[in-house]
Design a binder for this molecule. Structure first.
Ligand SMILES: [Zn+2]
Length: 352
């Protein structure tokens, strides 16, 4: 049987300095492993990349020794904005944009992403461009107030929310916003999905609902940013979802996939006619231990085991009921009843 070579296998080989240019001819190489090999080829030889351990973590280009900020000279900012390091981050944003569009998590020109790349400077997507057709040349650089520093296209108006999140939550390195339909359905009813059903969701996401505010307004940024202390996945009522990551834009994107798959699964499970099994307190406690080790925020750290799965304004399988108007019924009137009986008796007596 042919050997399957995954992205992880190739990254392991690279990090151990092995030659990845001569893989077995009959090996099945997964699409992501293939993309990675192609990237290695594009960025010089695969052997040269193997010499750089950082290549394994996807950080093919190291960040600048000195972090720039919004007050740095314009020429330095421009050079940085056009450097291989930032170009690589622009490509990552484009890649996530294409995935968002292919999965129908964005519609029209909806959705936006950003990555903090200096003290108070942020790379972000432009306005009025579909995430399905993003290119690195579309990207913008803004300061923490939203003033555009570099890039030819105009930055998205919703970056103001991203910036407020980053200002409030120093850990937030990357932010992703989109409108995945199942998760947005929960946002439309203003309720966070019930918890304690699937492990990935518990480990990667900590979900809250923010009240509706006009998209792009300072008020929107304010209500969302306050939630970033304990939540990394925020449903914005009647709008969509925003996630953040302290690692990468890809991780912020993963939260979207995990949240959307979870919402879809529990909606389907709710139709199967059986109650859904949930985690026990100790099972949930274990998952939260893993989550903490990964450095993800969650409001449930430190809670008692018996409190961990006590969630749910809405349970899958719950049936919404429309109140039926009461059928018009004549109320019982003993006097009228007696009168009817008397008349009936008289009629019957005459018929005898
Ligand atoms: Zn939106």
């Amino acid at each position: 049987m042919s050997k399957v070579i995954s992205l992880r296998d190739v990254q392991d080989m690279v990090s151990h300095g092995q030659d990845v240019t001569h893989l077995p001819a009959d090996a099945i190489i997964t699409p992501s492993a293939n993309d990675y090999l192609y990237e290695l080829q594009m960025n010089g030889s695969a052997k040269a990349a193997a010499a750089t351990p950082a290549a394994a973590s996807g950080e093919k280009f190291s960040p600048p020794a000195k972090l720039l900020n919004s007050k740095s000279p314009k020429s330095e900012l421009e050079a940085f904005f056009n450097s291989p390091y930032v170009h690589n981050l622009k490509e990552q944003i484009c890649d996530m944009g294409h995935r968002l569009w292919q999965r129908a998590y964005v519609d029209g020109n909806g959705g936006n992403m950003s990555i903090r790349i200096g003290e108070d400077i942020v790379l972000c997507t432009p306005t009025l461009v579909s995430k399905g057709s993003l290119t690195p040349a579309d990207m913008c650089l803004v300061d923490f107030e939203g003033n555009q520093l570099c890039g030819t296209k105009k930055r998205t108006s919703e970056v103001l929310m991203h910036l407020q999140m980053m200002k409030h939550q120093p850990q937030a390195k990357a932010v992703c916003h989109c409108h995945p339909p199942y998760a947005t359905a929960f946002a439309a009813i203003g309720i966070a999905p019930p918890t304690c059903m699937l492990p990935e969701y518990e480990v990667f996401c900590a979900v809250a609902v923010a009240p509706y505010r006009t998209p792009g307004s300072a008020e929107m940024g304010e209500v969302v940013s306050k939630l970033t202390d304990q939540y990394n996945t925020i449903l914005m009522a009647n709008h969509g979802v925003v996630t953040w990551s302290h690692n990468s834009i890809e991780e912020a994107y993963w939260r979207m996939e995990i949240l959307e798959a979870y919402c879809r699964t529990i909606v389907v499970a709710g139709q199967l006619g059986k109650p859904i099994n949930t985690f026990t307190g100790p099972q949930m406690h274990d998952l939260l231990k893993t989550k903490k080790n990964l450095g993800f925020v969650d409001p449930r750290y430190g809670m008692k085991e018996c409190e961990l799965c006590d969630s749910g304004e809405w349970r899958p399988g719950a049936v919404g009921q429309t109140p039926q108007p009461a059928a018009p019924t004549a109320s019982f009137d003993p006097e009228a009843e007696a009168a009817v009986k008397a008349i009936t008796d008289q009629i019957l007596a005459r018929m005898k």
